[in-house]
Design a protein around this ligand. Sequence first.
Ligand code: HEC
Length: 170
Amino acid sequence: MMHRRAWLAIAAALVPLGTVLAGEVPLSGIIADPVAARSDYVEQCGGCHGVQGRSAPASLPELRDRVGYFMCTPQSRAYLIRLPNVAHSRITDNQQLADLMNFVIFSLGGTSAPKGTRPFTGEEVAHERQFALSSVSLTAERARHVESAIRRCGAPASLRRFFPNPAARQ
Ligand code: HEC
């Protein structure tokens, strides 16, 4: 168990980032260095997906409060690691990439990951990134995983679109 004061220090560091602190999965237990994981995200992904996981008005999927739904099935969690920008990331250290993805799921994703979701491990990332998807198959892949998340994990129907609120798009 991490000392309460250490957890509060991490929480304090994360508050300005709009992180969900009262989530069921405390980041301190699953990411060795949440601050490093966040800055890896900002550097590698934030330019497209937004520092806070809000990509509107760009036509990219919104990660904020949604991305965790893809942890619904083994196939859909594999999809997250097989995404071209994730599998081919410049981050070659698999544990570091797992930490980045756990930041994405459990921090940006808020409480969207199903209860009891296991965080990504370095081993899982090492395995799945060998099966990188091509951009050609992405639309069909995404649609398949969205349907299973809606059917099996209570994801909202709006997950079929890239944004929860179409009005956010220009
Ligand atoms: C050059 C812009 C760009 C960068 C950089 C980028 N992505 Fe993406 N990402 C996209 C696009 C475009 C899609 C949509 C792909 C599709 O389904 O057509 C996407 C899809 C996703 C999805 C799937 C979400 C969903 O709702 O289906 C996740 C998760 C994701 N990206 C995470 C990341 C992470 C993590 C990084 C950094 C390692 C990253 N992306 C870097 C453009 C980018």
